[in-house]
Design a protein around this ligand. Structure first.
Ligand SMILES: [Mg+2]
Length: 375
């Protein structure tokens, strides 16, 4: 058996010029931070993960040193305890799975029980554009083979958001599924705007329903369980959420109360691959859709792809993509090779052991930083 000998955590910041005006952030982003976790074992192998900043994790590394990397359920349980004390440590779970794959000589999707290496992507846009430009974005998605596009709400006037959906539907007919992200479930630290209430969300939902929108994402605050169940009674459109819900018991509440049709936990934000592989199956057994949030760097995208492909699959999975402001080159800068879809929108995972990560060490060295901040 090999043992864990060392854990390295480094921060990086890619300068963004021009800045990225993320629709859910009131401040344009001048940098894209990435935290890289490397877990070394006694045989010289290295598992790689990324995601949250892991500040303070050094205090807890001792609980992993000398342990067998394969003892993943134990490690995930320790990480769940650390989450309570010191913030989200889930990139460590990704690094351990990458290491386990390298020890066993298998890709993670296969270790989880997957029989097929592919899943179809939906284009997840991230910029508020004019109606005309959003129609062009939608047409480009069709040309690129994407089956679906997610549109962002949050312009100063709701009518302008709704006009975008109407215009895209009129221009593309039934050639593209559309999703709408209302982003009411979370806020940047300085953004104190109140989330929508049920009546408001219902009015929006009815309009989206009339345009045949596939799901409405985060129409209410992530903890408004009563609001979500009430909204479910009033509207027919699928409701999606859970991207920044943290605890397993919170997800169980969302599931047992029938709050959502589409569950979007992200392996780098909650429970890691270990926990979400189990939860994906629970969601599937309940007749709901599991399709993770993936908005982060390419390592997080890979972690979410592996857990989806390795368990229950998805009609389509989030592919952060809104060039030129959000290109795969920006998104995947920690990697040598960007993650791309084929001309029908399918992402094919590799058969390499682990998560299939090759770090772009040159760029990581150039972007080394002491913090993982966006501006
Ligand atoms: Mg979202």
């Amino acid at each position: 058996m090999s043992t864990i000998t060392k854990i390295e955590i480094t921060h990086h910041r890619l300068p963004l010029d021009p800045p990225f005006p993320a629709s859910w952030d009131t401040r344009p982003r001048t940098h894209f931070p990435a935290t890289i976790v490397r877990v070394h074992d006694s045989e010289g192998r290295v598992g790689i993960g990324s995601g949250d900043s892991m500040y303070g994790f050094a205090d807890y590394e001792r609980y992993f040193i000398g342990e067998d990397p394969l003892d993943i359920d134990r490690h995930a349980a320790v990480l769940a305890n650390i989450e309570f004390h010191a913030g989200r440590p889930w990139p460590m779970d990704l690094a351990l799975w990458d290491l386990i794959g390298k020890i066993k000589g298998q890709p993670v999707w296969k270790l989880l029980g997957g029989t097929d290496n592919k899943v179809r992507a939906y284009a997840s846009s991230g910029v508020h554009r004019s109606i005309e430009d959003m129609v062009q974005v939608a047409k480009r998605c069709i040309d690129r083979g994407f089956p679906a596009l997610k549109v962002r709400f949050g312009r100063p006037k709701l009518d302008d958001d709704l006009a975008v959906v109407k215009a895209i539907r009129e221009a593309t007919g039934d050639r593209l599924e559309l999703m709408v992200d209302c982003n009411q479930g979370w806020r940047m630290p300085w953004d104190t705007a109140a989330p929508w209430n049920v009546d408001h969300a219902e009015r929006v939902a009815k309009v989206l329903e009339s345009h045949g929108v596939y799901w409405m994402e985060e129409p209410l605050h992530r903890g408004d369980y009563a609001g979500m169940t009430e909204l479910k009674k009033r509207v027919g459109i699928r409701l999606a959420g859970g991207e920044l819900t943290r605890e397993p018991y919170e997800f169980r509440e969302l599931l047992t109360r029938g709050c959502l049709d589409v569950f979007q936990p992200d392996v780098v934000c909650t429970q890691g691959i270990t926990g979400l592989a189990k939860f994906a199956r629970e969601v599937h057994e309940a007749g709901k859709i599991f399709t993770p949030h993936t908005w982060g760097n390419g390592i997080g995208v890979l972690g979410n792809l592996h857990v989806t492909v390795g368990t229950v699959g998805a009609p389509f999975i989030e592919f952060p993509y809104d060039p030129p402001e959000w290109s795969t080159a920006r998104r995947d800068y920690p990697l040598v090779n960007t993650i791309e879809c084929d001309d029908q929108g399918w992402i094919h995972l590799s058969h390499e052991p682990g998560l299939g990560i090759t770090l772009n060490e040159d760029l990581l060295a150039k972007t080394m930083a002491s913090q993982a901040t966006f501006s």
